[in-house]
Write a protein that binds this ligand. Structure first.
Ligand code: FAD
Length: 421
C-alpha cells in the first residue's frame, strides 16, 4: 500500500508551501493535485506577473484583511511579507516593489514563483501524484489516509489546500469544503470577491469598454460609506469592473441582504467651485454649440449623453442658453454619478472566494482542525480573504507554512510513538 507521513491535497500556492515546510521537518510528503502542472492558478496571478505579497508592515497587513484577520496573527507574524520576500529571493527569485507596495518577481513572470516552489519541493524529496482526492479516511479517531481516484494512500496527517471556488478551470472546484463538512466543519457562506459589480443602470452596457482613469469611487452599504478610493475603472455589459471596482467588491460582505450603491466622482481633483468655473468656461468657449458638443473637453464623448440624462439636461440646447440650475445639475452628475448595485460577477471570473471553512473551528497556532486530529487546512479554503495588493497570496504562504510545519512535526511524533509501542 502507498504511504506518506503527510499528504497535501492541492499543489497550489498554499499546498506547495505547506509540502516544502513539512518536508523540511523531515516528513515524507506527497502532494496530490488534479492538474498535470503544480501551481496552475499561481501561474496566472497578477496578470501573469504574480503580485506575490505586499511589502507592508503588520498593521497595514491586517487592515487589508476584511474578515477574521485575528486568526492570522500567529501564522502571519511568523512569516511576514518581508520574510516571504527573503524566502523567494534567497531561493533565486529576485523581486521588486511597485506602487502600493505590491511585490512582483523582477522577471514579471509568475512561472518563476511557481517553478521556484515546485523545485524546492522536488529537492526536499516531496513526491507529486496527479490525481484527485475524493475523501479523507479516519482510523481510531484520527486521519489515516486519503481516498483518490486511483486508490487509497495512507498517511499520518493530511493538509487540505484545495483553494476556493474561483477560476474553477484551474482546479479549485470547492472539493475541500466537502471534505471539511464530512468532519462536521462549518463552511461559511461562499461568495465571489475581487470581482466585477453588476448594476441596474442600462447605461453601463452602452458604455461597455469605456475605461476611466483618475476617478474617485465611493461604495455605500445601506446608505453608509464603506470605502472611497481613487484609481481606474471600466464599464462592462452588465456593470463595472477594473481595479477600483474589484477592491470595492471585497467590501460587499452582505450582497442580497443589504443595498449597495456606487458613486463615481469623474473629477476628483476639482472641488465644486473649481469644477463649476471649469464648466462655465467651456460653456462660454463653445457658446454657439449645442450643449452635448460643448462638454467634449470635460469628459469622454460616450459619457456626455449619460451625464446629460442623469442631469436631466437637454443636450440640444445652445451652450449659451444653459442656466445656472442646469449647470449645477451637470456638476452634480459629474461629482456623484450613481450606480445601483444588483450583484457581482460569478465565481468563474472572481479573483478569490470569500467565505469558507470557519476559522473558529481551526487552531490558529497550528492550522489543525479542532474536530479531527491529523487534519489541517491552509489557503483560500479557509474563510479568509484579502483586498488586492498581494494579500491573498500572503495568506496562502503564511497558513501553508504553518500547516506544513505542524503536520510535519505531528506526523514524525506519531511515527516515533508508534515505533515505541
Ligand atoms: C486570475 C487570478 C489572479 C490572481 N492574482 C493574484 C495576485 O496577483 N496576488 C494575490 O495575492 N492573489 C492573487 N490571486 C488569488 C490567489 O491566486 C489565490 O488566493 C491563491 O492561489 C490561493 O491559494 P490556494 O493554495 O489556497 O489555492 P489554489 O492556488 O487555487 O490551489 C488549489 C489547488 O488544489 C487543487 N485541488 C482542488 N481540489 C482537489 C482535489 N480534490 N484533489 C486534488 N487536487 C485538488 C487544484 O487543482 C489547485 O491546484 C489571483 C487569483 C486569480 C484567479
Amino acid at each position: 500500500m502507498e504511504n506518506a507521513d503527510v499528504i497535501v491535497i492541492g499543489g497550489g500556492a498554499s499546498g506547495m508551501m505547506a509540502a516544502y515546510f513539512a518536508a523540511c521537518e523531515g516528513a515524507e510528503v506527497l502532494i496530490l493535485d488534479k492538474n498535470r502542472q503544480l501551481g496552475r492558478k499561481l501561474r496566472i496571478t497578477g496578470k501573469g506577473r504574480c503580485n506575490l505579497t505586499n511589502n507592508c508592515d503588520r498593521r497595514e497587513f491586517f487592515e487589508n484583511i476584511p474578515g477574521d484577520g485575528k486568526f492570522l496573527y500567529s501564522s502571519v507574524t511568523a512569516f511576514m511579507p518581508q520574510e516571504v520576500m527573503a524566502f523567494f529571493e534567497n531561493h533565486g527569485v529576485p523581486l521588486k516593489t511597485e506602487r502600493g507596495k505590491r511585490v512582483f518577481p523582477q522577471s514579471d513572470n509568475a512561472n518563476d514563483v511557481a517553478d521556484c516552489l515546485a523545485g524546492l519541493c522536488r529537492r526536499a524529496g516531496v513526491k507529486v501524484k496527479k490525481t484527485a482526492a475524493v475523501g479523507i479516511s479516519v482510523h481510531d479517531g484520527r486521519v489515516c489516509g486519503v481516498k483518490t481516484e486511483d486508490g487509497f494512500i495512507g498517511c499520518r496527517a493530511c493538509i487540505i489546500c484545495t483553494g476556493g471556488l474561483s477560476y474553477p478551470l484551474t482546479g479549485s472546484t470547492g472539493d475541500g469544503y466537502r471534505f471539511a463538512k464530512s468532519f462536521g466543519h462549518t463552511v461559511n457562506s461562499l461568495r465571489p470577491s475581487l470581482v466585477s459589480i453588476c448594476c441596474a443602470e442600462t447605461c453601463c452596457a452602452d458604455l461597455q469598454g469605456l475605461s476611466l482613469r483618475n476617478i474617485g469611487l465611493k461604495l455605500f452599504e445601506d446608505g453608509h460609506l464603506l470605502s472611497s478610493e481613487l484609481g481606474e475603472m471600466l464599464f462592462t455589459h452588465c456593470g463595472v469592473s477594473g481595479p477600483l471596482v474589484l477592491s470595492a467588491s471585497a467590501r460587499m460582505r452582505h450582497v442580497g441582504e443589504r443595498a449597495y450603491r456606487l458613486e463615481i466622482d469623474l473629477k476628483p481633483a476639482l472641488d465644486i467651485k473649481t469644477l463649476d468655473q471649469r464648466i462655465l468656461r467651456d460653456l462660454q468657449k463653445y457658446q454657439n454649440k449645442e450643449l452635448r458638443n460643448a462638454l467634449a473637453d470635460l469628459m469622454p464623448h460616450a459619457l456626455i449623453p449619460v451625464i446629460l440624462m442623469s442631469a436631466e439636461a437637454d443636450g440640444f440646447q445652445k451652450a449659451n442658453a444653459v442656466n445656472r440650475e442646469t449647470r449645477l445639475r451637470i456638476l452634480h452628475a459629474l461629482k456623484t454619478f450613481t450606480l445601483n448595485v444588483t450583484g457581482t460577477g460569478s465565481f468563474e471570473e472572481a479573483i478569490v472566494t470569500s467565505g469558507g471553512v470557519n476559522t473558529r473551528e481551526v487552531n490558529p497556532r497550528s492550522m489543525e482542525s479542532r474536530f479531527m486530529p491529523g487534519l489541517y487546512f491552509a489557503g483560500e479554503v479557509l474563510d479568509l480573504d484579502g483586498y488586492t495588493g498581494g494579500f491573498n497570496l500572503q495568506i496562502a504562504w503564511s497558513t501553508g507554512r504553518l500547516a506544513g510545519i505542524s503536520a510535519g512535526k505531528q506526523s514524525l511524533a506519531d511515527s516515533e510513538n508508534s515505533d515505541e509501542e
